[in-house]
Structure formats: structure tokens, C-alpha cells
Design a protein around this ligand. Structure first.
Ligand code: BTN
Length: 274
């Protein structure tokens, strides 16, 4: 683990004691600023960075959210990091990975005392109906055609405190919330970060062996819309309506409509209660 400056919000030197047995799984680099931890880590992955490399940044100048949105986060108010994980067995075994990551985030927040944190398919972290954070998973097949390996850059952004101006959170379809509104006292930043990494290692190990299937029931238990009547919108228009029956083993959303069980793949889809 390395640290560039003692003024950084995360000091990697403090992490091994908090990570315990998982300590050897991660190489954490703390940055004062970068464009986007996901973008930078994907670049480093292409240059051979090992599995378990983590970039945590105080500030991103071009943070990226899902569906091409910007991810705006202020240093003291948020925790923003990306984790590189390499998987054996190829690209197509990674479907449902961002949902699995959501399970790890909920478990970590629960371990830090937060209750009522849920997931909105495919990558939103909610409390009530407000957005507490988001997940951006980007995949890359190994460029070596002989290799069956694939890698994922797993980006996580969590709102710890509400920024002074709500405009600082950027455009978002959901109202924002923050961890300090859920907990009577915010966990110490290194403790929270270590908790997230420990849960991620456990979930990613299970995912590597059994895919999303082995985490599916846990995801259903965290799923904000499970068994609720929902509308699925595409480009602002209702595409499907029905009971949300969870996710299938590939991570596609299942909607029980008048025409039967229909799958929704990730993309430009959003959900609204009826
Ligand atoms: C979303 O739109 O909800 C996903 C947000 C993901 C943001 C994180 S912050 C760390 C990592 N680096 C980025 O540029 N994006 C992700």
C-alpha cells in the first residue's frame, strides 16, 4: 500500500489493521485528485495492474456515473473509489456483477450500523426513496486471445454528508441523501472504507466461483422494488408494467406483466412505482 501525502483523506498506512485478513488482497493508492478513478484504473489495468488495486480519490474532476451522467462529489462529503478485480473464465461469466457489488455495499453499511439501505436495479444505493450512492462497473476482456480471463473496474461513490449546495450533486433522477442522515454518528472514514473492501472481497470471491446466482437471494432481500408494482420506462415512455419479480441469474430484471414474465436488460431503463 502506498500514500502520496499525509493530507489525503484516506491514508493507506492506516488500512492494514482495519482490513485484517483481507489486507493482503488490496493495494490502495490514495490520490488528492484525478479525472475519474474508474478511467484511471481501467488505464492501469491495461498496463498490468494487479487484481486488488484500489484508487481512492479526494476529488474527481470528471467523475462518471451510469448512462453517461457526471458524478459530482465534494471531498469531505463523499467517499469515491474504484477497485480492480480480475476474474478467471471470461467475460460472459460477469453478468450480474454490479448487482453483486450492491450486496457487498449494503452489507458493509449494515456492519457500520446503517439499517434500511436498499438497492435499486441496476446500480443505485438507496435509503428510503433517496439516493445514497451509486456503482459503476466497467468490464474488459483480456486482450490476449489465448486468455480466458476478464477484469472489472468497480467504481463506488457514497454520499457521506450533504454538500453545502445540492447543485454540487449534479443532475440525478432521484433525490439525494447521505450517510450522516441515517446514522447518529458517521463512521470514521478509514473504518467505513475498510469495511467496504472486506465485504467486497468476500462477495467477489463468491461471485468468482458461482456467479450472480449464489448472491441472487441476498440481492432480492436488499432490493427496494421486490414484489412491488412498477413501471419500466425507456426514453421517458412506459415500456413494461407489472410486479417486479427480482433479477434472474444473469442480473436481468424480471417483470411479471400481463403477457408473462419479461426480462429487462441494463441500459436506458428506469423504474418508477405506479
Ligand atoms: C451512478 O451513476 O449511480 C454511478 C456512480 C459511480 C460513481 C463512482 S465514484 C468512483 C468511480 N469513479 C467514477 O468516475 N465513477 C465511479
Amino acid at each position: 500500500m502506498s500514500s502520496d501525502s499525509t493530507s489525503l483523506l484516506i491514508d493507506p498506512v492506516r488500512l492494514p489493521g482495519l482490513l485484517g485478513e483481507a489486507s493482503g488482497r488490496f493495494n490502495v493508492v490514495s490520490l488528492e485528485e484525478c479525472a475519474s478513478t474508474n478511467t484511471l484504473l481501467m488505464q492501469q489495468a491495461g498496463e498490468g495492474a494487479p487484481s486488488g488495486t484500489v484508487l481512492v480519490a479526494d476529488r474527481q474532476t470528471a467523475g462518471r456515473g451510469s448512462r453517461g451522467r457526471h458524478w459530482v462529489a465534494s471531498p469531505e462529503s463523499s467517499l469515491t473509489f474504484s477497485l480492480l478485480w480480475r476474474f478467471p473464465g471470461g467475460f460472459d461469466r460477469l453478468s450480474g456483477l454490479s448487482l453483486a457489488v450492491g450486496v457487498a455495499v449494503v452489507q458493509a453499511l449494515e456492519a457500520c450500523g446503517a439499517s434500511g439501505v436498499t438497492l435499486k436495479w441496476p446500480n443505485d444505493i438507496l435509503h428510503g426513496s433517496a439516493k445514497l450512492g451509486g456503482i459503476l462497473v466497467e468490464l474488459q476482456a483480456d486482450p490476449d486471445p489465448e486468455s480466458e480471463a476478464a477484469l472489472a473496474v468497480i467504481g463506488i461513490g457514497l454520499n457521506l454528508r450533504m454538500p453545502a449546495s445540492i447543485a454540487d450533486l449534479g443532475a440525478c433522477a432521484l433525490l439525494p441523501t447521505s450517510l450522516d442522515r441515517i446514522l447518529s454518528a458517521l463512521p470514521e472514514r478509514h473504518t467505513l472504507f475498510a469495511c467496504l473492501l472486506v465485504e467486497l472481497a468476500q462477495v467477489l470471491d463468491r461471485f468468482s466461483v458461482g456467479g450472480f446466482e449464489v448472491l441472487r437471494e441476498q440481492w432480492h432481500a436488499c432490493h427496494a422494488w421486490q414484489n412491488r408494482q412498477v413501471s419500466v420506462l425507456r426514453d421517458g415512455r412506459v415500456e413494461k408494467q407489472g410486479r417486479c419479480a427480482g433479477a434472474d441469474v444473469d442480473g436481468a430484471l424480471l417483470i411479471e406483466t400481463a403477457d408473462g414474465l419479461e426480462r429487462c436488460l441494463s441500459g436506458d431503463v428506469s423504474l418508477r412505482p405506479l
